[in-house]
Design a protein around this ligand. Structure first.
Ligand SMILES: Nc1ncnc2c1ncn2[C@@H]1O[C@H](COP(=O)(O)OP(=O)(O)OP(=O)(O)O)[C@@H](O)[C@H]1O
Ligand SMILES: [Mg+2]
Length: 389
C-alpha cells in the first residue's frame, strides 16, 4: 500500500521563489522558517496541482514573482498506486492579448507532458486537501468557503466532481448573461437549463454522498487516539436542491430543478443571477458532543472540528482506496495542545499520508523524529534541515 506522494517539486518564478527544486520521499514533510520565508507559498504551489485556484484562491497572475518574467510554473512528480505522474501547471502569458494593463494569459495544465484543457483532469492523478489559518474563520464567513471545502473533499471520492462544478459554473454564467441581455430564446435557455439541472443534481448528490460517508466514518471511529483528542463533527448539506433530492430519484429531482429554473427566469433577470442551484447550498457542521453549531464553538474547537473532518476523509480514503490524500497543514500546531498534536502526528504516521506541515518552530514537530523529513525555508530557498546541530 502506498499513498499519494510528491517526490520532486520544482517552482519557477512562483511568489518569492525564483527557481526552487526539492526532492522528497513519501514521509510527512515539515517546513520550518521565519515569517515571510516562503512556507505558505510552497504549500500554495502544491495546491495548484489540483483543480481550482489554489489555497489562496489567487487570481491567475498573482503568484508570478514580482521580479520575474510574469509567468509562473509549478511542476511535480507524484507517485501513487497507479505509478508516477508528472504534473505541471502555471501561467503562460500572452502579451498580444494584453488589455487595460492587465496580464493576459492562460493557465496551462500538463499531465505527463501532454497539455490538457482545464484543471479538473488533475483530480485523477493527485488528491490534496488543506487547512490554512484563514480557514479558522470558515464557519464565520460566507457559505462559498464551506462549499469549496466540501467540494475538495468530494473530488477525493469522485474525480468527476471537478468537471461537473466547472460545467455548472460556466453554463450558469452563460444563462446569467443571456438573461441580462434580455435574450430569452426559449430553446437556448431550455438547453442551458437542462445542463444546469443535470449537473446541479449530480453536484448535490455527490456532495451529500461525501457528507454521509464522512459522518459515518466519524461515527464509527470509536476508540482511536484521534477520536479521543478531537471532537466529532456531524455535517449536513442544506439548500433548495438538496430538498428537491430528498426522497426522490435523481431524474425526478432533475425535472423539478429544470422547472424551477424556467419559472425563475424573470426573477433571475431582475436579480442579475441564478437564484436557485447548488451554488446556493450551505454546509453546516455540528460539534456532536456539545450539540453546538460550529460557528458558536471556540476558535480552537472550530479548528479541531476541521481537523476531525480532514482526518476522517483521509482515513476513509486510506481504508477504501488504500491511498490517503496529501495534506497541506499550514501552521497546524497553532491552536493545538500537546495531546492533540501528538494524536495528529500519530494519525498522520498511521495513515502514511504525506502531510506537508509548516511552522516557525522546529521544536513543535520534534516528536516526529525520523518519521518525517525536515526542510528549512529561507528567503525563497529550501534545504534539508541539518538535524542535531
Ligand atoms: N508574487 C509575489 N512575488 C514575490 N514575492 C511574493 C509574491 N507574493 C508573495 N510574496 C512574498 O513571499 C513571502 C513569503 O510569503 P509566505 O506567505 O510564504 O511566508 P511564510 O513563510 O508562510 O510566513 P509566515 O510564517 O508569516 O506565515 C512574503 O514576504 C510575501 O510578501
Ligand atoms: Mg505562512
Amino acid at each position: 500500500m502506498s499513498s499519494y506522494a510528491i517526490t520532486r517539486l520544482v517552482l519557477t518564478d512562483f511568489r518569492n521563489y525564483g527557481h526552487m527544486r526539492v526532492e522528497t520521499d513519501a514521509r510527512p514533510v515539515v517546513l520550518t522558517g521565519h515569517n515571510g520565508s516562503g512556507k505558505t507559498n510552497l504549500l500554495e504551489a502544491v495546491s495548484f496541482l489540483t483543480p481550482g485556484r489554489g489555497l489562496r484562491r489567487a487570481k491567475l497572475a498573482e503568484p508570478a514573482n514580482i521580479a520575474g518574467s510574469g509567468n509562473w510554473a509549478v511542476a511535480a512528480d507524484v507517485s501513487s498506486d497507479e505509478g508516477t505522474s508528472t504534473l505541471g501547471t502555471g501561467l503562460v502569458s500572452d502579451p498580444a492579448g494584453q488589455k487595460h494593463g492587465e496580464t493576459a494569459g492562460r493557465r496551462s495544465v500538463k499531465i505527463d507532458g501532454q497539455s490538457v484543457s482545464g484543471s479538473s483532469a488533475l483530480a485523477d492523478r493527485i488528491k490534496v486537501n488543506w487547512l490554512t489559518p484563514q480557514m479558522d474563520r470558515l464557519f464565520q464567513e460566507g457559505a462559498g468557503g464551506r462549499r469549496r471545502f466540501l467540494d475538495r473533499l468530494t473530488y477525493g471520492f469522485d474525480p468527476a466532481h471537478g468537471k461537473r462544478t466547472t460545467v455548472f459554473e460556466k453554463v450558469m454564467r452563460e444563462r446569467n448573461r443571456l438573461l441580462k441581455e434580455g435574450r430569452q430564446d426559449p430553446a437556448w435557455m431550455g438547453s442551458l437549463e437542462k445542463t444546469l439541472a443535470e449537473t446541479g443534481i449530480a453536484i448535490s448528490a455527490a456532495r451529500q454522498e461525501t457528507v454521509r460517508r464522512l459522518n459515518a466514518a466519524m461515527e464509527s471511529d470509536a476508540d482511536s487516539k484521534v477520536s479521543e483528542a478531537f471532537p466529532k463533527a456531524v455535517m449536513a448539506l442544506n439548500g433548495e436542491v438538496e430538498e428537491l433530492l430528498t426522497d426522490r430519484p435523481a431524474l425526478t429531482a432533475e425535472d423539478l430543478f429544470r422547472e424551477k429554473l424556467a419559472e425563475s427566469r424573470a426573477l433571475d433577470a431582475k436579480a442579475g443571477t441564478t437564484t436557485v442551484g447548488p451554488h446556493r447550498s450551505d454546509l453546516s457542521v455540528l460539534h456532536k458532543e456539545k450539540q453546538t453549531p460550529a460557528n458558536l464553538c471556540s476558535t480552537g474547537e472550530q479548528k479541531a472540528l476541521l481537523i476531525s473532518i480532514i482526518l476522517a476523509d483521509a482515513r476513509v480514503q486510506a481504508g477504501q482506496k488504500g491511498q490517503a490524500p496529501i495534506l497541506l497543514l499550514d501552521e497546524i500546531t497553532a491552536h493545538l495542545d500537546q495531546t492533540r498534536r501528538q494524536a495528529l502526528f500519530d494519525e498522520i504516521e498511521q495513515m502514511k499520508t504525506q502531510a506537508w506541515m509548516t511552522g516557525t518552530d522546529y521544536e513543535l514537530f520534534a516528536d516526529f523524529g525520523s518519521r518525517a523529513q525536515f526542510l528549512t525555508v529561507e528567503n525563497g530557498t529550501v534545504r534539508e534541515m541539518a538535524l542535531g546541530q
